[in-house]
Write a protein that binds this ligand. Structure first.
Ligand code: AMP
Length: 605
């Protein structure tokens, strides 16, 4: 697929048409000096820049985007991927843009006033110009949505945190995610077995702890100002300083904001500007301020690397990326020397000679025996956005052509015979309905009992009605360990030789000899559904979750067909937690052509 990737920023617009599988550019376009009378447009396939007839983002985009169509000639476009800076806590992955999504991006503008409004403007104009194409939003923040609560909280008063959504979000997520994946591929190790620290050192700088594929800490916070020393941003400062200089200098908030974002960082330290190349050059010529700028920059970074290794309880690879990380042996050297205590041993020659290119986007600069690998990785946020756009467009096509299956999480529960109900609740007792269940005729009862295992007991376990001909207790693996019973994974109804357990109700107790199972993940469906999915009762199939936070397939799913059922897949709480499924997820039966894939195996019982 050819994807147009648009990064509509506050001072420039960058766009590229990218082959979503190879990363090859069909063309690139840049609009600069947006606020000049005539913004300038550069196309990669043209030497001469084009002058835009009128000023501002909107005019420039309306003029430039149709030119992309012209420049593409016969090449077809399949989707448009938009970089969006702030996704707040609403977006934990890229998403197809609809009116609702646009509204949500707009609502998040207060968190990123310089970025989200222009990102949205880019989206709206591109939707007019490329009206038949799917548009996808890829958020800088979404990769960090996996950070645990302890990492995102500021120690500020609760009412303010809640009122204004004050918390850490993190940025550069697309880049951190991309380079962590590249590092794992280079190391030929599943990312789920790696603890990686990724250092994105460009004009903006941030560092992330990627633990087994998930961001668990990152240095930027609610805004991109927190953390490392950057080109013109200060990174961490004692907030008390702001109060102090506001008072002493009589500075207003706007001026403080400008000072922190535009006049600090390398620029503020060196006094010569934000370009690391100049600063390194001048430091070699004896400029003390530039030397200090490099020292502070590298020291802050080392400090964070140590902290993030501690956060993850170790580190397998440290990755350098961004203009500085990819190109500066000096900064890599200063940061990673004497990291032997973390198992990272720098190889001076490899570091010095390192050159990244399209052909070699990853290079190691640690010594061969270094337990922790030091890597430089070429980041490519545009390609990452194109890849995500392809994924969402393909997913969407699948959703539109293949029937989907709602996935429900089934908590621990009990089915009882009337005989046992009599003992537990009193002779002739009838279960009372609390709420109907999705499967017709079934209900969650108000009544609950205690499960007593050899090790522990679990109280208030819900009974499902109506009564059945056999007693059956369905628990998760975690429950099984907690109770101390050995429950087999079985299809509902297959309780022969399963584990026993004691049930305690308000009026009496019963010890079941068998009936405790871990329910085999299954799909309920009607014979009509079975025809659509081309499956039969007791087939074993694979289901791909299509709205989960990450790509996920459940293998070994049992199909149960009955006219009494309603289409729904049931998994237990352990599985849902492990898979981090959102509350409403859906799946599709997978096969290469999008239709049902059957593992040729039948249920034995
Ligand atoms: P980016 O935002 O990723 O384009 O990175 C921009 C930063 O990378 C600027 O501070 C540049 O000075 C820096 N940079 C680019 N090349 C080098 C280099 N060879 N050595 C040091 N810094 C570099």
């Amino acid at each position: 697929m050819n994807i147009l990737v648009i990064n509509c920023g506050s001072s420039s617009v960058k766009a590229a048409v990218i082959d979503g599988s190879s990363g090859n550019r069909l063309l690139t376009m840049k609009i600069e000096r947006l606020l000049d009378e005539h913004p300038i447009i550069h196309f990669s396939d043209k030497e001469e820049p084009i002058s835009c007839p009128s000023s501002g983002h909107e005019n420039a985009l309306r003029f430039a985007l149709p030119l992309i169509k012209e420049h593409l000639g016969d090449h077809e476009l399949h989707g448009v991927g938009h970089r969006v800076v702030h996704g707040g806590d609403k977006f934990d992955q890229p998403i197809k843009i609809t009116n609702e999504i646009e509204k949500a991006i707009e609502d998040l503008s207060s968190l990123a006033p310089l970025h989200n409004p222009v990102n949205l403007l880019g989206i709206r104009i591109a939707e007019e110009v490329f009206e038949d194409l799917p548009h996808v939003a890829v958020f800088d923040t979404s990769f960090h949505q996996t950070m645990p609560k302890r990492a995102i909280q500021y120690a500020l008063p609760k009412h303010l945190r809640e009122k204004y959504g004050l918390r850490r979000y993190g940025f550069h997520g697309t880049s951190h995610n991309y380079v962590a994946d590249m590092a794992a591929a280079h190391l030929k190790t599943d990312i789920q077995n790696l603890r990686i620290i990724t250092c994105h050192l460009g004009n903006g700088c941030s560092i992330t702890a990627v633990e087994y594929g998930r961001s668990v800490e990152t240095s930027m916070g609610m805004t991109p100002l927190e953390g490392l020393v950057m080109g013109t941003r200060s990174g961490d400062v004692d907030a008390g300083i702001l109060v102090y200089i506001a008072k002493e200098e009589g500075m207003k908030m706007k001026a403080i904001n400008k000072m922190l974002n535009k006049e600090s960082g390398l620029k503020g330290l060196s006094g010569v500007g934000n370009d690391m190349r100049d600063i390194i050059q001048r430091s070699t010529e004896g400029d003390d301020d530039c030397r200090l700028a490099i020292q502070v920059f590298a020291h802050r970074l080392r400090k964070y690397i140590g902290a993030y290794a501690a956060v993850m309880g170790g580190v397998d690879a440290i990755v350098f990326t961004g203009g500085i990380g990819e190109n500066s042996p000096v900064i890599r050297h200063r940061t990673t020397q004497r990291l032997d205590f973390l198992g990272a041993v720098l190889d001076e020659d490899l570091n010095h000679d390192l050159k990244l290119s399209t052909e070699q986007p990853v290079a190691e600069f640690s010594a061969p025996h270094s337990r922790t690998k030091l890597l430089a990785v070429r980041t490519d946020e545009q390609f990452a956005i194109a890849q995500e756009t392809v994924r969402i467009v393909e997913e969407q096509t699948k959703v539109n052509t293949v029937p989907t299956i709602p996935i429900a999480v089934s908590g621990r529960h009990i089915h009882l015979t009337q005989e046992v109900v009599d003992v537990l609740f009193g002779e002739g007792y009838e279960l009372t309905e609390k709420a109907p269940l999705s499967q017709p005729g079934q209900f969650a009862a108000n009544e609950r009992v205690t499960l007593v295992g050899p090790k522990n007991q679990i109280e208030r376990v819900r009974i499902l009605g109506p009564c059945r001909s056999k007693n059956q207790v369905e628990i998760s693996r975690t429950d099984e360990f907690f109770l101390g019973v050995d429950a087999p994974v079985r299809a509902s109804g297959h309780i022969q030789n399963s584990a026993g357990i004691k049930l305690v109700g308000p009026e009496g107790e019963v010890t079941l000899k068998e009936g405790v199972i871990c329910a085999w993940r299954h799909i309920h469906m009607t014979p009509e559904d079975a025809k659509i999915f081309e499956v039969n009762d007791k087939d074993i199939v694979e289901v791909e979750v299509i709205h989960g936070t990450r790509p996920l397939t459940f293998g070994n799913v049992l199909v149960r067909v009955s006219p009494k059922y309603k289409l729904e897949m049931h998994i237990d709480t352990d599985e849902a937690n492990a898979a981090e499924l959102p509350r409403h997820s859906e799946g599709v039966l997978i096969d290469t052509d999008g239709t049902a894939k059957l593992v040729k195996r039948k249920l034995k019982h």
